[in-house]
Ligand binder design. Sequence first.
Ligand code: SF4
Ligand code: SF4
Length: 64
Amino acid sequence: MAYKIIASQCTGCSACEFECPNAAISMKGDTFVIDPKKCTECEGQNDGAKCAEVCPVPKTCVKA
Ligand code: SF4
Ligand code: SF4
């Protein structure tokens, strides 16, 4: 299980990139993407998905 970023809504602000405890988020073109092999949904690391928590755009970091 992993989260994904809805590219059409991502502003490329990069807020999520450094908050991910697993370095699963990286830039791709003008937006950011989540590597599903690295994303643990923050299980045991945060009370919920950190990327979704810090993203200023609602419903942009969502469960894949
Ligand atoms: S849910 Fe957690 S582990 Fe997955 S991409 Fe977001 S911050 Fe990283
Ligand atoms: S925090 Fe949200 S808008 Fe900013 S780069 Fe990450 S997914 Fe895109």
